[in-house]
Design a binder for this molecule. Structure first.
Ligand SMILES: NC(=O)c1ccc[n+]([C@@H]2O[C@H](COP(=O)([O-])OP(=O)(O)OC[C@H]3O[C@@H](n4cnc5c(N)ncnc54)[C@H](OP(=O)(O)O)[C@@H]3O)[C@@H](O)[C@H]2O)c1
Length: 340
């Protein structure tokens, strides 16, 4: 098992760090989303991945979020290679539950163990700091066999903390009732504000850290996209735009692309001078109570640096938060597809 204190002090706290629920870890408030490193946002080379990971390291981004299925293991493997060749450890949250042997109904102790051993091997770790259930079927969340198995793996030291990544607010509330859960990964951004109603406060009361994914709504909230933007064939923003491959909510937060572009223009009016729209969107996430880390995905080192710098901006004024909350209810929420 990792020594939490030595791991937490083994990286530079160049940007603010926050506690990750009851895990004992301190994590950078801007984390690195590593889905991109598997090639699901277009092809990527190992050299490009190394420049992204170097930029995260240099910017003080200490929490990296990946999954066994990102690039069928490529994301985990290249993170493991980077850590090994740089002789550095980072707080890595990976996920299991969506590979072919497990999803949707193969959650036997043997299959779970095999999946987690595969992640350990690719990440080149003896213990996984944070293992997250990866949007598993809702009915499995309370399955005793699954929890006994994770308990065994924790006692054996293969896993340090157990957590969940979920799709809906209801699933998130279910997870808050499961004592083993350390953190919850949810979709949280200006286009997906439902968690602000009661979930964030309930998570804080339960000492469960919130990991905010899709903070830029797959890049829409960077404000750089337009109707002529082209996404490669292997980019989920092309093939899963309407939920043809997996949950529609994971791509552009469930908004139809053209509607998302329209809404971005309404939000742009609220961005203060001197702040990039990406930093505004990330700052909105950072201002929500109970958020441990905002998992910004990046496809270049420049994006990593820009995102890490969002941490240095002051909180947005209350009037801006109110304007965004009103906009959400009136003009955004009605257009979200899929379960919220
Ligand atoms: N079910 C789950 O558990 C689940 C599902 C989805 C995501 N996640 C996790 O959450 C992470 C974040 O989600 P995400 O990557 O899908 O969405 P995101 O963070 O909202 O958007 C990432 C995209 O935004 C653009 N971008 C990032 N920083 C930028 C900047 N500073 N300026 C301009 N553009 C910028 C990039 O687009 P371009 O590539 O076009 O430049 C990047 O690929 C993932 O990497 C993954 O770790 C988990």
């Amino acid at each position: 098992m990792q020594n939490k204190q030595s791991l937490s002090s083994s990286y530079d706290h160049k940007i603010p760090h926050r506690p990750l629920g009851k895990s004992g870890y301190l994590v950078s408030e801007i984390g690195l989303g590593c889905w991109q490193l598997g090639g699901d946002f277009g092809p990527v080379s190992k050299q490009q991945v190394n420049t992204i990971l170097n930029a995260a390291d240099e910017s003080g981004v200490s929490f990296w979020d990946t999954a066994d299925v990102y690039g069928s293991g490529q994301s985990e493997q290249w993170i493991g290679d980077w850590c090994k060749s740089n002789a550095k450890q980072r707080i890595i949250g990976t996920k299991f539950g969506r590979n072919d042997s497990l999803y949707p109904n193969g959650y036997t102790p043997e299959n779970i163990r095999k999946s987690i051993e595969g992640s350990l091997e690719r990440l080149q770790l003896s213990s996984i700091p944070l293992i997250q259930l990866h949007c598993i079927p809702e009915e499995m969340l309370n399955d005793d066999i699954l929890w006994h198995c994770l308990d065994d793996l924790t006692r054996e030291g293969l896993v340090d903390n157990v957590a969940a990544s979920v799709e809906t607010i209801e699933q998130a509330h279910t997870c808050l009732g499961i004592p083993a859960i350390t953190s919850l990964q949810i979709i949280l951004n200006i286009f997906r504000q439902d968690a602000c109603e009661t979930l964030l406060a309930a998570a804080k009361d339960a000492d469960v850290g919130i990991l905010a994914r899709l903070p830029l709504a797959s890049g829409l909230l960077s404000g750089k996209m337009n109707k002529n933007t082209v996404f490669s064939n292997s980019d989920h923003r092309n093939y899963n735009r309407d939920g043809n491959a997996f949950s529609v909510g994971e791509t552009f937060s469930g908004l139809p692309y053209a509607k998302g572009l329209e809404l971005v223009e309404l939000i742009r009016e609220l961005v203060p001078d001197g702040m990039s729209m990406s930093q505004f969107a990330l700052r909105w996430c950072l201002d929500q109570h109970g958020v441990s880390s905002v998992l910004a995905g990046a496809s270049s080192p420049e994006q990593v640096r820009d995102n890490a710098a969002a941490s240095t901006n002051p909180p947005l004024p209350q009037s801006t938060h109110q304007a965004l909350a009103d906009l959400y209810i009136q003009k955004i929420r009605p257009y979200i597809r899929g379960k919220i």
